[in-house]
Ligand binder design. Structure first.
Ligand SMILES: Nc1ncnc2c1ncn2[C@@H]1O[C@H](COP(=O)(O)OP(=O)(O)O)[C@@H](O)[C@H]1O
Ligand SMILES: [Mg+2]
Length: 381
């Protein structure tokens, strides 16, 4: 079974649209496809398949003793395509515990299909990364905006840290080096990976070799979605270059999809775009990507397996948040990589930073108000 996780650093970039429709395109070739909605907490993949909200999904399975995993797999009405719903009934399971995550992964790995396509949540939490890394062929979706590209890059950087730390033994010098960095308050996003690896190679050759071995089964791909201008095509190349230079990773370019307003009509009509208008720009782009995927050799395994997930030592707060600060580090990297920023891109960055500062201000005011109230009521002195 080929596992295709679909991820992104930023939300709203077209993961669910792509997951659903690539499933249909591959299903049309006679392959058996299972689509799994793993955007737990915000499941909406069913909408892109034209299905109504479904009561029983992964959320119900986790909370039930009687339900078997096979029981939650449903038919989609499209030939060869099956669906595992997310959590329509129980929102709030976005924060899976490690045993819950392993249960889901174990069940997913034992499914019987040609392709398992997983629609993941946005962001770089450990759960999303682990689902992504059970496959060697994860797909990252991004739009051409600078913020989305930054988030895609940071997603990959975090994925590499996850591969690193899930493989190092708890007492190994490599593990302790990373713990030390964390204790000293060095944000992982600021760490220059090639340099860190050089250091690890010197102090702990075993861990280094083990990491390099795992990286051999890591071949992520990128798709640029919602293009409005042909010029934007080069954004993929820009991302590929920084990923190569700073993460030492060969990011495969899987294809581009232009923005097409017909998608809104398809969504409202509850008909997947591949079926609503197979000749549309979006459908044609997805057929091309399906052809490319069919030509790939099946990856035997991903950089993380169940066993390593069971043994892995968690470094406290490993996941470096994709925040204002980490974007600034990336901007520095991007500028060093010869990628001149346009005026428009700079404005976009300032706008998105301003948005986050405003959000933080609001949160801070809310906390202040709560604290004052608590003091008033005598809970805090
Ligand atoms: N190429 C495209 N052209 C037009 N609309 C698109 C395109 N890709 C995605 N969309 C729309 O953008 C919105 C966000 O897409 P979605 O797949 O839900 O993103 P995600 O799953 O990453 O949050 C949806 O309304 C979807 O229909
Ligand atoms: Mg989605």
């Amino acid at each position: 079974m080929v596992i295709l996780p679909v991820a992104s650093g930023k939300g709203g970039v077209g993961k669910s649209l792509f997951a659903a429709n690539i499933g249909l395109a591959l299903g049309e070739t006679g392959k058996k496809i299972i689509l799994a909605d793993l955007d737990l907490g915000a499941s909406n993949l069913h909408m892109f398949l034209g299905l109504r909200s479904i009561e029983t999904g992964i959320g119900t399975f986790l909370n039930s003793k009687e339900l078997k995993f096979e029981d939650i797999i449903i038919k989609t009405g499209f030939d060869n395509v099956f669906f595992i719903p997310g959590d329509a009934e129980m929102p709030g399971i976005a924060n899976l515990t490690s045993p819950q995550k392993r249960t889901i992964i174990k069940n997913l790995l034992s499914l019987d299909a040609d392709y398992l396509i997983m629609d993941l949540g946005a962001g770089t939490g450990n759960n999303v990364l682990d689902f992504f890394l059970i496959s060697g062929r994860g797909v990252i979706i991004t739009t051409p905006t600078l913020t989305a590209i930054l988030n895609a890059y940071l997603f990959l950087k975090n994925a590499i840290f996850r591969i690193m730390t899930s493989g190092f033994a708890g007492k190994s010098p490599a593990f302790q080096l990373i713990e030390k960095l964390k204790k000293e308050g060095t944000p992982l996003q600021k760490v220059y990976i090639p340099k860190l690896l050089e250091k690890i190679k010197v102090i702990d050759l075993d861990s280094y070799n083990q990491f390099m071995e795992r990286m051999k089964s890591f071949h992520p791909c990128v798709i640029l979605n919602m293009l409005t201008d042909k010029k934007d095509t080069e954004k993929a190349g820009q991302l590929q270059r920084s990923v190569m230079r700073y993460l030492n990773l060969d990011l495969e370019h899987l294809g581009i999809i232009f923005k097409d307003s017909i998608q809104d009509i398809a969504l409202n009509s509850r008909i997947p775009i591949m079926k609503y208008k197979p000749g549309s720009i979006i459908s044609q782009a997805i057929y091309r990507i399906a052809d490319k995927l069919l030509s790939f050799d099946a990856e035997a395994k991903g950089p993380l397996d169940l066993q390593s997930l069971e043994q892995s030592y968690q470094i406290a707060e490993l996941e470096a948040e994709v925040d204002c600060q980490s974007r600034i580090y990336y901007l520095e990297e991007l500028l060093h990589c010869g990628g001149d920023l346009s005026k428009g891109e700079l404005i976009e960055i300032i706008k998105s930073q301003q948005f986050e500062i405003d959000k933080l201000k609001k949160e801070s005011n809310l906390l202040k108000a709560k604290l004052l109230k608590a003091i008033d009521q005598g809970f805090v002195s």
